[in-house]
Write a protein that binds this ligand. Structure first.
Ligand SMILES: Nc1ncnc2c1ncn2[C@@H]1O[C@H](COP(=O)(O)OP(=O)(O)OP(=O)(O)O)[C@@H](O)[C@H]1O
Ligand SMILES: Nc1nc2c(c(=O)[nH]1)N=C(CO)CN2
Length: 173
């Protein structure tokens, strides 16, 4: 069994519904179990800034899938929730990024893990720190809590708290 952390973001449509839909779909099959869900954060757009604020969460999953198979599942869910790729770093119905996969380094045409931008993105680190402060970023050797101390949490605000980072509470929101 492998442990992975994913970042989910949405800034088109009903973003809370999109996040919930993606978590439900991930958890629905037998090969992925969602074991932790962070609170939902409202975050200022990073990169292409002339767009709506995002809602972002981080989740922990336990999975029997290899990293690339997990990416396949994530991309299927992006497609089924109607994501269209237009602007780089632009608006999206739902975006699922694999942040960490065990403590592996994965580098292929389709997949880079740890996610190349995770250590510099407050919208990733604030939610991730809530569920996995002691997880280690294998390239820097730093814990998530240490990376967050470096980036700070500007532009990231609690939107809705999920009590004890519990999946069932998240679905009930
Ligand atoms: N760790 C990863 N998680 C998800 N996708 C990844 C990862 N590493 C590489 N990719 C590749 O990135 C490609 C582009 O992804 P996407 O369009 O979501 O980028 P983006 O969300 O605009 O930017 P960013 O990758 O900086 O979040 C995907 O098709 C996927 O193959
Ligand atoms: N706040 C915020 N900004 C972003 C996000 C995101 O999820 N949240 N995703 C991006 C592309 O992956 C680019 N910019």
């Amino acid at each position: 069994m492998h442990t992975a952390y994913l970042s989910l973001g949405s800034n088109i449509g009903d973003s809370k519904d999109n996040l919930q839909g993606a978590v439900r779909l991930l958890d629905a099959g037998s090969s992925i179990e969602v074991t932790k869900v962070s609170s939902i954060y409202e975050t200022d757009p990073v990169g292409f800034t002339d767009q709506q604020v995002f809602l972002n969460i981080a989740i922990e999953v336990k999975t029997t899938l290899a990293a690339e198979e997990l990416l396949d599942e994530a991309q299927k869910i992006e497609q089924s929730l109607g994501r269209e790729r237009k602007v780089h770093w632009g608006p999206r119905t739902i975006d699922l990024d694999i942040l960490l996969y065990n403590t592996d380094n994965v580098k292929s045409d389709r997949l880079s893990v740890p996610h190349p931008h995770m250590h510099e993105r407050s919208f990733v680190l604030v939610p991730l720190n809530e569920i996995a402060p002691d997880a280690v970023h294998p390239l820097t050797g730093s814990k998530i809590s240490e990376l967050l101390t470096r980036t700070g949490s500007e532009g990231v605000r609690l939107w809705k708290q999920t009590v004890q980072q519990c999946k069932e509470k998240f679905f009930a929101l």
